[in-house]
Design a protein around this ligand. Sequence first.
Ligand SMILES: Cc1ncc(COP(=O)(O)O)c(C=O)c1O
Length: 391
Amino acid sequence: MSSVRRPVYLDYHSTTPCDPRVVKAMLPCFTENFGNSSSRGHVFGRAAEELVEDSRRRIAELLGAKASEIVFTGGSTESNNLAVTGAACARREAGDGNHVVSCVTEHKSVICPMERLDEEGFDVTMLSVDERGRIDIDALSAALTENTVLVSLMLASNEIGNIHPIGEIARRAHEIGAWVHTDATQAIGKVPVDVNELDVDMLSLSAHKFYGPKGIGALYQRESPRRIKLKPCIIGGGHERGVRSGTHNVPGIVGMAAALELAVQEREEESQRVSALRDRLESRLMEEIEGLVVNGDREHRLPNNLSVTIPHIDGEALLLSLDDVAVSSGSACKSDTASTSHVIKALGWGDEDGRGTLRFGLGRWTTEEEIEFAVGRLAETVNHLRALSTL
Ligand SMILES: Cc1ncc(COP(=O)(O)O)c(C=O)c1O
């Protein structure tokens, strides 16, 4: 009998537990420091404002940005909506153009705003990818015109882990005057993220993906040499210099700063440890499960990601039989229907075979014993399902 604590959590791309050090930093904000940071007329409000501004400075510094370039949001879905819609609308209103470029493998929080822009008369180009999920940079260059105002491409994929060459993409996009946004949600704490090295104009992040709390994120927006001025999506009291109204989530902001500090400090060591575990998971699964295919770009991928497809297996059925290992299927669950995800389909998998996709996300507390346990349970379950299907 294995001594591994169950269920084993291998879904760190979906979300992460809050690090106890982060919780500790947040706790006083629920009780003693509970003020509204906009209520500057008294000491409670001013204390909260100080916490918000101190967190903003620390987050900015960790990303290579200035404090005034950080906008707090409710997470990456909101940051992506604000970046895509806010930039496209502002630039069209300024008469700069109405062409925007993104990619079919982006997160839905970029794809859906792109679809809405299309409905609103923008000219939208969605780049395709090859069978490993790689973007063709020359195809990107060919798509750019003097009418292009925005290029939005993720730094790292939440499904297959691919890391895109954002620096090179930004260089090409800037040549024709487009603004560049990257969704760095999955990259923070796994690969270096510096807005100047990446040369991006906007960057999205979300605390719950790096051991911080849920419901808090940020959008970096560059001030120079390109002065990014976004059309706000959420309007009201004029918080965040009018870019995003709404009372600050002070515990969340303080927690995000603490989590980002830990993520940056511990990145190198943690990534090395986790990628060794991921490599072990990959080779053990290949040994144990016949026909298993590894998805994505194995040379440029997140250290904690493994996406595999097991043809002729239904990922959802597999997960239902696997209640002591938490992984994600490669399906996009929209309300009550499960279908093969748009990312897996973009690699060329059909709806049927693509359903056998599993996404593993390893993290800060993943152990070797957990990996061995997961491999054993998976192999056993796949063999059981295969035996049933031959029956
Ligand atoms: C790449 C990527 N972008 C955006 C999001 C949305 O983030 P949030 O949960 O903070 O809204 C996610 C979360 O699944 C993600 O993985």
